[in-house]
Design a protein. Sequence first.
Length: 287
Amino acid sequence: MTCIDTVVVDGKSLAQDIRSEIAAEVAGLVAGGHRAPCLAVVLVGDDPASASYIKGKRRASGRAGMESVERTLPGNASQADVLATVRELNEDDAIDGILVQLPLPDAVDPNAIALAIDPAKDVDGLHPVNSGLLMANRPGLYACTPMGILEVLDRHGVKLEGKRAVVVGRSAIVGKPVSLLLLHRNATVTVCHSRTQDLAGVCREADVLVAATGRARMVGADWVKPGAAVIDVGVSVIDGKLVGDVDLEAVEGIASLVTPPRGGIGPMTITMLLRNTVAAYRARKGV
Ligand code: GUN
């Protein structure tokens, strides 16, 4: 039986290190006579999970010395209402980054919202200009979770060049962009989804496995090649407990590295949001 000493990634501590670097950068800008970067978050409706995510993003911005503002719209807001809010934030020179929290109510098309955000302020990386720049491997604002995943892999010395990477999930916010980032690092990338045949067999070939489906504990012991790095992006709540796409206990002893459902990729996503906001600010202000 394989028994590998699995590293359970401490995303919280890694995120803290990077946030300290960002805070120092922001302090330097302010000391140089510039205003602090400012993130705008838009919440539509009163979903408690979304409200809590927004709170976490604003708190992290504040701790890094950045400003943030929040626009809250009721759950029955129309698409025109949300678009009007986005346009107002686009035009406000004091705002550097705009994030419209997902999911949105059924009446609001997330693609229409992504398209309305000024690409220079699109810190979620969801505007087609930014997703196109990622596709072309040119600098732009890229989606935060995929960048957080690459940061975790890099900071743990996981080699990507020539390796087999398997991504389960093809969302615009995680699956597709992380596949491109891995491809640009010369991994051989397979993207799986709900219609993939022999999903476990494909995953078992992965040196790097990224699970981003929201199917609780889908990835078990027989899905993981011994020594693989396993990144869990899934978030489900089962009996009041946060559960990922990966059965953490089952893959310990098989994977070389695994991210836990709490304190894994989540804190890294927020950290990359801060980094994107500073990058958007610098690009807009030329500093
Ligand atoms: N909802 C869950 N994750 C995200 C994210 O990264 N960005 C936005 N806008 N909404 C989300």
